[in-house]
Design a protein around this ligand. Structure first.
Ligand code: IMP
Length: 428
């Protein structure tokens, strides 16, 4: 059986967790390939509400493997407490595996994330402060510690000793912070080896074996395409590759194995942290959506910025990922509006453009060109059949399909697993 990917089409928080949990009933494994505990995936099902940061969102289904691939950065403290929390609620966590090649978020990464953000001042990115950027910097700088390294004490001690000396020099000499003690960092590593060592595995082989056994593999994206280190609104991005290319490098998976690429989009837009967002709604008007939708970050609790659906950004996301189907989430949040807007182009420097600019300064100067569509007077909330949607809501979905150039396969009408309209089959 092939692999299917579920990718954030916007700035993250599109509701991927719910969709993965919904689809995971038909798969054998759910595999995370990028990001770390900057992600916050909310899953609501018959076992309760779960807020997952690292553990793949299929974990609530019995018999589904959860795999954390090499492209993920792992904070073992977060993983251990997340496993304890979901385990205490009756979920079997023994089917979890972590790539021995996945990089570890070390204590100094978290310290440096905060110091670097403070030093950026006005230009702060608004990171989640979880050490994600510094961990990926060390990965590409070839001074990372990987999960497999935690299990080889003799090799680990000189590595940590050398890297910590470098990090402490940065912390103290550049940022004027407090150095970390080598003994403390090594003690953490030893604890982590005991706590997570049993999950370490050659996951690229495991995924390959599952595919060879005709099993269905779901690739779980974290964050979104517009936060991608290469394709997002750089530098206001995360440090990994949430888009489809990241699924191949973040798992050791060949592209031919991927049959379907689902792009998850909210029916409007949100963004957390800094950076341009052309279709952003002014703060006082955004409150209505924010409060109704409870648009506050799962990881940091920060209020999310709100915007109308951005068709230009969505089309770009389609270009980067080649979506084979779309998932439209939170349609119900737009239920009470007299009219709804979609952004169909940008005005910049006196000209109209229809593409998402690479240059952040240019993107920041873009103002939206809106098309206004009539709202719908009957609710879509909790609908489970397309025939239950009012005509104007259907017209809105159709317009989004036209703008992105791809069919909607699933519509989500509420946070619960069953509040879902399956428009077309995903697994073919
Ligand atoms: P970092 O990933 O913590 O380095 O943060 C970089 C940027 O990505 C910041 O603007 C964060 O708010 C944003 N970000 C990171 N993870 C998520 C997520 O899961 N959802 C939404 N935004 C995120």
């Amino acid at each position: 059986m092939p692999a299917y990917a579920v990718i954030g089409g916007q700035w993250g928080d599109e509701g991927k967790g719910k969709i993965i949990d919904y689809l995971a009933g038909n798969v054998d494994s759910v595999v995370r390939y990028a990001g770390g505990n900057n992600a916050g995936h909310t899953v609501v099902n018959d076992k309760g509400t779960f807020q997952l940061h690292l553990v793949p969102s299929g974990i609530c289904w019995p018999d589904v493997y959860g795999i954390i691939g090499n492209g993920v950065v792992v904070d073992p403290d977060v993983l251990v407490s997340e496993l304890a929390e979901i385990g205490s609620r009756g979920i079997d966590t023994s089917r979890l595996f972590i790539s021995e090649r996945a990089h570890v978020i070390m204590p100094y990464h978290v310290v440096l994330d905060r110091l670097e953000e403070e030093a950026r001042g006005e230009a702060a990115i608004g990171t989640t402060g979880r050490g994600i950027g510094p961990a990926y910097m060390d990965k590409t700088g070839r001074m990372g510690i990987r999960v497999g390294d935690l299990l080889d004490w003799d090799a680990l001690v000189p590595m940590v000793t050398q890297f910590l000396a470098h990090k402490n020099a940065l912390i103290t000499k550049i940022y004027g912070g407090e150095p970390l003690l080598l003994d403390d960092v090594l003690a953490k590593c030893s604890l982590w080896a005991d706590q997570i060592g049993r999950y370490a595995k050659a996951t690229e082989q495991l995924v390959q074996d599952l595919l060879a056994q005709n099993k269905n593999v779901l690739l779980e994206g974290a964050q979104g395409t517009l936060l991608d280190i290469d394709h997002g609104s750089y530098p206001y991005v995360t440090s990994s590759s949430p888009s489809i290319g990241g699924a191949c490098t973040g798992l050791g998976l060949n592209p031919q194995a991927i049959k379907g690429v689902l792009g998850v989009f909210k029916a409007y837009s949100t963004r957390v942290g800094s950076g341009p967002m052309p279709s952003e709604i002014p703060e006082h008007e955004a409150d209505e959506i924010r409060e109704k939708a409870q648009e506050f970050g799962v990881t940091t609790g920060r209020a999310r910025r709100i915007g109308w659906f951005d068709g230009v950004a969505a089309k770009y996301s389609q270009l980067v990922n080649g979506f084979t189907g779309l998932v439209l989430t939170r349609l119900d949040i737009l239920d009470d509006f007299d009219s709804v807007k979609v952004c169909i182009g940008y005005n910049v420097d006196g000209k109209r453009i229809d593409r998402f600019p690479a240059n952040t300064g240019l993107l920041a100067r873009c103002t939206p060109i809106y098309e206004e569509l009539p709202g719908w007077d009957e609710p879509t909330a909790s609908a489970t059949e397309l025939s239950q949607l009012p005509a104007n809501a259907l017209a809105y979905v159709k317009r989004i399909e036209e703008l992105v150039g791809c069919k909607v396969q699933i519509i989500s009408t509420g946070p619960r697993r069953e509040e879902t309209i399956q428009v077309e089959p995903v697994f073919t």
